[in-house]
Write a protein that binds this ligand. Structure first.
Ligand SMILES: [Zn+2]
Length: 83
């Protein structure tokens, strides 16, 4: 008789948790949220502390974190004006 076949346990990995709250380059507080509007192809980046709010155009493949990185880049390039 053949040996027993070992069953491979398939480990379910928990979905990657991407933090949805980011640090604000303007007020240095962790209170920036990113909302993706896929229909319009924009990300709405908003700081709950200093009220900085911008919309940036993003490619379809962008996730929140990418949009946030772009936002930070634009901020340091002086392309985002704090209100
Ligand atoms: Zn802020």
């Amino acid at each position: 008789m053949g040996g027993r076949k070992r069953r491979r346990k398939i480990l379910k990995r928990p979905p990657k948790r991407i933090p949805k709250v980011f640090s604000c380059p303007h007020c240095d507080t962790r209170s920036v949220t990113v909302e993706l509007d896929r229909k319009r192809g924009v990300a709405i980046v908003q700081c709950g502390n200093c009220r900085l709010k911008v919309e940036i155009k993003i490619p379809e493949v962008f996730e929140e974190v990418h949009a946030f990185n772009k936002f930070v880049d634009l901020y340091y390039e002086g392309k985002i004006e704090a209100l």
